[in-house]
Design a protein around this ligand. Structure first.
Ligand SMILES: [Mg+2]
Length: 372
């Protein structure tokens, strides 16, 4: 039992869960360094080394130079002339991901993968009966190290929002625990750009409104937030207080609806790409409506002329329920990657984390707000 209720006063919904977020450290690059000792301690980028390639992952040594994933390889080489490029080996990454998944499942069936190298675990009732989420997280990190020779960072807290912030806190090879009662204070000190869902543009808008940290956000009332941020306001209001009611959802409950277009010739100009995006929005939204589906994550997929696939996703706190909302997200995902490092031959959009199976999550924010 947790004897200190979180700030919502709603301990049943929020305070009693034990959530771990596990995130492999510089995953693809670390696998390459593991399998090729000559790369250890050196700046490594996974991705195409050709003039028009893109960095898929960077080792910590490379990050010191400012090399980041999704960066054009030319830019990366300019920042770090000694950068070593490795071809991606997704079959190996997937294999490691499955090993790590098996380690998670010794402790709980409630595992929500976010990508190939990170996941949320609900260990409120851990299968080995350890009782301590921190202990579970330490064992998982140890087992990952022993079995894969790779490191992972973990965040432990009483909801997903805080657990994810915590796993990032002491990276790499780190652990951070945010206990009930500490969430609001932890969030208060955070720069606003570290809030999940607040991108560079969002952070700029916040700065113009005088909001730089979680504390600045918590000082605003819900009406002010709704006036400035619309449907995003409820999420911000709760996040600023360290509150997040989303349950951990297993992969079995996941589905997605999407569509893509392959072109007869390669596209590169902004105008053509934007026009194509509008067509894809129409096609995919029609499918979503036909499936009577809703979801919170929109993923943009691009295939470059060298057949490398690039994807970028945005996850909203609420289901994307109108075509206009879907369109706005699709367009902004595209704008974030323009100009493209090379022409593309395919573009696609997907809506996932579907909630058409009667999950009452969408209704919860109002219930929560009425308690505050
Ligand atoms: Mg990672």
């Amino acid at each position: 039992m947790v004897d200190e209720t979180p700030d919502s006063g709603d301990s049943e919904a929020d305070g009693l869960r034990k959530i771990i977020h596990v995130d492999m450290d510089a995953f693809f690059a670390s696998v390459e360094q593991r399998d090729n000792p000559g790369l250890r301690g050196k700046p490594v980028a996974v991705g195409g080394s050709s003039g028009r390639g893109v960095v898929a992952a960077a080792s910590y040594e490379a990050r010191k130079f400012g090399v980041k994933s999704a960066m054009p390889s030319v830019t990366a080489k300019r920042l770090c002339p000694d950068l070593i490029f490795c071809k991606s080996r997704f079959d190996v990454y997937r294999e490691v991901s499955q090993q790590v998944r098996a380690i998670f499942q010794r402790h709980t069936d409630l595992v929500e993968p976010l990508s190939i190298d990170e996941a949320f675990l609900d260990v409120t009732e851990d299968q080995l009966g350890l009782g301590s989420a921190t202990r579970v997280a330490e064992l998982i990190r140890q087992d990952i190290r022993d079995q894969t020779k790779l490191t992972a960072s973990a965040g432990v807290s009483y909801n997903k929002f805080l657990a994810k912030l915590a796993s990032d806190q002491n990276k790499p090879d780190g652990l951070c625990v945010i206990r009930p009662g500490q969430g609001a204070a932890f969030v208060a000190g955070l720069p606003i750009r570290r809030f999940h869902g607040v991108g560079p543009k969002g952070a700029e808008k916040m700065a113009r409104l005088g909001i730089e940290t979680g504390a600045d956000l918590a000082a605003r009332d819900i009406e002010w937030l709704r006036g400035n941020f619309g449907s995003f306001a409820d999420y911000l209001y709760r996040a600023a207080r360290g509150i997040d009611l989303r349950p951990v959802r297993t992969s079995r409950t996941r589905k997605s609806v999407g569509g893509e277009r392959t072109f007869s010739r390669d596209l590169s100009s902004g105008t053509e790409l934007r026009d194509t995006m509008e067509t894809i929005i129409d096609i995919v939204w029609e499918r979503i409506e036909r499936a009577q589906a809703s979801g919170r994550t929109v993923t943009l997929k691009l295939k470059y002329t060298d057949f490398q696939i690039f994807s970028r996703a945005t996850t909203m706190d609420h289901p994307v329920s109108t075509k206009e909302a879907f369109a706005v997200i699709g367009r902004s995902l595209l704008e974030e990657v323009l100009p493209l490092p090379m022409p593309i031959r395919l573009m696609g959009l997907t809506l996932s984390k579907l909630e058409s199976d009667g999950e009452p999550e969408a209704k919860r924010p109002d219930a929560q707000l009425s308690l505050l």
